[in-house]
Design a protein around this ligand. Structure first.
Ligand code: NCD
Ligand code: ZN
Length: 351
């Protein structure tokens, strides 16, 4: 008999893009309706590179939060080649910044200030290791000669393995993993390593970039994100990983809003907006993997355990119910198209 309701500890989102200003005001209520906490990515137009900036950004998030919602933003710093070890001290003391994000320069949205030569960050990594401050990695190389679909695999060999050899006690989260290679690496690696997995990488393979739900050909900009969707064998490896119950894997939506016109363009932005139905999307994937009983640990336990934070105590209920996800949501003075816009979802968060 299939389960019709699922009551679990309230989940957190360990990888979220909230933007700023009017865009922040548009997307924040969606995440706060689903999650108790979220790790907020620092890749604003002017990146959040200092603790002082992170504290200011956190205050803007909290000031924007509608009064009836509870939500704790967990802040991150954007690593640059000029980040100083004393900035890590300040971050650690703040009690507000809990991780540092590595964007290889040029890898994704607003990554221009990211890192080209990791050697320049050695003193920062030593300090992070000492203070047990996790490094969140966007795990893709950006060399023009590497095929876009191979960027994650090459990153493991060329960047991640040497980095972890040099800093074996550095806590690392391999963000939004997309390949069997990443799953295998995370499962076998020694030391403190975790990985976030998005709903879209669990639900879709790269065919969905070029074929619609009915099998008709066409470019689908709302399925374009970074790291880009991979082939079906990789999607199956991700599903198997989360269904295995391995505590190294946890929920991170990578919900990344861009206005409709910026996606439906000659050179469209990367990012899937999933915040409005994140838990419902994940449940479809876990149901496909026959692993609904593994969802609570993935969504609500493994993340806080990795970060050394308390688990949430509030409980939420998801119910099996068909409903149609709106075609668009307001986004500042524009609109945003969510992933699965206008389609029927099979689960609904109650309350
Ligand atoms: C993210 C964004 O738009 O900020 N885009 C994406 O496709 N995931 C950046 C990122 O996390 O790579
Ligand atoms: Zn992201």
């Amino acid at each position: 008999m299939s389960t019709n309701t699922l009551t679990i500890t309230q989940p957190d989102d360990w990888h979220l893009h909230l933007r700023d200003g009017a865009a922040l005001a548009s997307v924040l209520p969606h995440s706060a309706a689903q999650f108790a906490r979220a790790v907020v990515m620092p890749n604003l137009k002017t990146p959040i590179t200092t603790t002082e900036q992170a504290i200011g950004y956190r205050q803007r998030i909290l000031a924007t939060l509608p009064g009836h919602l509870m939500f704790e933003p967990i802040m991150t710093l954007y690593l640059t080649e000029t980040t100083a070890p004393k900035e890590i001290d300040a971050a650690s003391k703040s009690g507000v910044v809990r991780a540092v994000k590595l964007y290889p320069a040029g890898a994704t949205t607003h990554s221009e200030s990211g890192v080209t030569d990791l050697g320049r960050c050695a003193r920062v990594f030593e300090k992070m290791q000492q203070l047990e401050m996790p490094l969140l990695v966007h795990g893709e190389v950006t060399h023009a000669e590497v095929d876009v679909f191979d960027r994650e695999r090459v990153f493991i060999d060329d960047v991640l393995i040497p980095l972890r050899r040099n800093f074996p006690a550095l806590k690392i989260v391999f963000e939004h993993i997309t390949t069997r290679d990443a799953v295998d690496y995370v499962q076998a690696a020694d030391g403190a390593i975790g990985a976030t997995v998005t709903a879209h990488h669990l639900l879709f393979n790269r065919n969905s970039l070029f074929i619609d739900g009915g099998g008709r050909p066409g470019m689908r900009p709302h399925h374009y994100c970074l790291p880009v969707l991979k082939r079906e064998t990789h999607r199956c490896a991700l599903l198997a990983a989360v269904a295995s119950g391995n505590s190294r894997f946890f929920l991170g939506t990578d919900s990344a809003p861009h206005a409709k016109g910026d996606k439906e363009a000659a050179c469209g932005c990367a990012g899937c907006f999933t915040a409005a139905s994140a838990l419902e999307l994940y449940l479809e994937a876990f149901e496909e993997a026959n692993a609904l009983d593994r969802f609570e640990a993935f969504a609500s336990f493994n993340g806080p355990d990795f970060y050394g934070l308390p688990r949430n105590t509030r409980r939420i209920t998801l119910q099996r119910a068909n409903w149609i996800l709106p075609a668009e949501f307001p986004y500042a003075d524009k609109t945003i198209v969510p992933l699965r816009a206008g389609e029927t979802l099979r689960w609904k968060l109650q309350g």
